[in-house]
Design a protein around this ligand. Structure first.
Ligand code: AQP
Length: 340
């Protein structure tokens, strides 16, 4: 245990809209479970959010809302460091150095850029293209050893590992940056859209019915689950048949993630039954689990002073660690810092 406590965790969420149950199951739920065993930095990655267009006023509100969601979900600011990325300048400083380490070929293989830029690559911001370098900086500036993320971020984490290795090798500073390990929950690592089991659930999906937000009221949750795509059959009994029905499989993953019940147990319970019975029980579970989080987020959003205080405290603590790393990096790279 004491060895684990020496390890450092860094992860973050973009303030790019209301957080959904994919963000919760894929990331935040894991953050909560790690804070007793690791030194944890939980960041609100506002600089990542502006790689696509944001309304400045809404961005500020969303930043506070992510802080409120962290706390409402169980992240304890006394145990974990909560802060917004832009308030610690060393993230951007290290990102520039990493821009000079990462190879163009590495970045051009990132599938998330291809997904997000879509067909209009020419019009995508250059920030969106180099986003994985900033993500690597977020992790390496704290010398994080473990990074809990959803499966969609796995490729970016592999890139971070390559960057850390290349930096250590290029500058002859073996072990300067630890090689971070991803922590990805195998079963619920990717929650899919409620409308299309092949598309990731996403804040920026134009359809509200594709996702369940952590701010949804109970009646909205029930309505969205009712409308969620399933199949024209009853619940199959074999997992192989379920895997062929991606939307059904996704709802089972969501149910399992929120109830804590094994997926197989749920299949045994609902096999041969209509999806309306399954959906009704799933809605009940979601409402029961999400309602307390929603009320707490709303309560915290009434107290901006408290949230700003948490972010300021987090920034001070994060800055202390980040400044030390960036000073060492400047020295290693040969950049003169004439500071007293
Ligand atoms: N659908 C998902 N299933 C599981 N995990 C997910 N995550 C995001 N979507 C899912 C995980 O949530 C963390 C924070 O993600 P993010 O906000 O930094 O960015 P994202 O992955 O781009 O999330 P969205 O919701 O799709 O946002 P937009 O639409 O703004 O791009 C990460 O750990 C991510 O893996």
């Amino acid at each position: 245990m004491s060895e684990i406590r020496n390890n450092t965790v860094l992860s973050g969420v973009q303030p790019s809209g209301d957080l959904h149950i994919g963000n919760y199951l894929g990331a935040i739920k894991n953050f909560v479970s790690m804070q007793n065993d690791y030194k944890c930095f939980f960041c609100i990655v506002d600089l990542h959010a502006i790689t696509v267009k944001q309304d400045p006023k809404i961005l500020k509100k969303n930043t506070l809302e992510v802080a409120a969601t962290y706390i409402a979900s169980g992240i304890d600011p006394k145990k974990s460091i909560i802060f917004n990325q832009s308030s610690v300048p060393a993230h951007s400083e290290l990102a520039w150095i990493i821009n000079c380490v990462t190879r163009m070929g590495w970045l051009s293989r990132m599938t998330q850029f291809k997904d997000k830029a879509g067909k209009d690559k020419e019009n995508a911001s250059s920030g969106l293209f180099i986003y994985p370098n900033l993500m690597a900086a977020d992790i390496l500036i704290y010398k994080a050893t473990h990074v809990p993320v959803g499966n969609d971020q796995k490729q970016h984490l592999e890139l971070t590992r390559d960057i850390a290795q290349k930096f250590n090798r290029d500058f002859n500073c073996e072990n300067f940056f630890p090689i971070p390990e991803p922590i990805i929950d195998k079963d619920i690592s990717r929650i899919m859209s409620l409308k299309d089991g092949n598309q990731k659930m996403s804040k920026s999906d134009l359809s509200e019915y594709s996702r369940i937000s952590l701010l949804d009221e109970s009646d909205q949750i029930i309505k969205k689950i009712k409308k969620a795509k399933t199949a024209d059959t009853v619940m199959p009994e074999k997992i192989d048949d379920i895997l062929k029905l991606s939307e059904v499989n996704n709802l089972l993953n969501i149910y399992s993630g929120f109830s804590g019940l094994e997926k197989q147990k749920l299949i045994d319970q609902y096999k041969g039954k209509t999806f309306s019975i399954f959906k009704s029980d799933l809605s009940d579970t979601l409402v029961e689990r999400i309602k307390p989080i929603t009320s707490e987020i709303k309560k915290l959003m009434q107290d901006k002073h408290y949230l700003l205080g948490i972010l300021q405290e987090g920034r001070n603590k994060a800055n202390e660690v980040a400044k030390k790393t960036i000073n060492d990096v400047y020295d290693i790279v040969g950049l003169l810092r004439n500071e007293t």
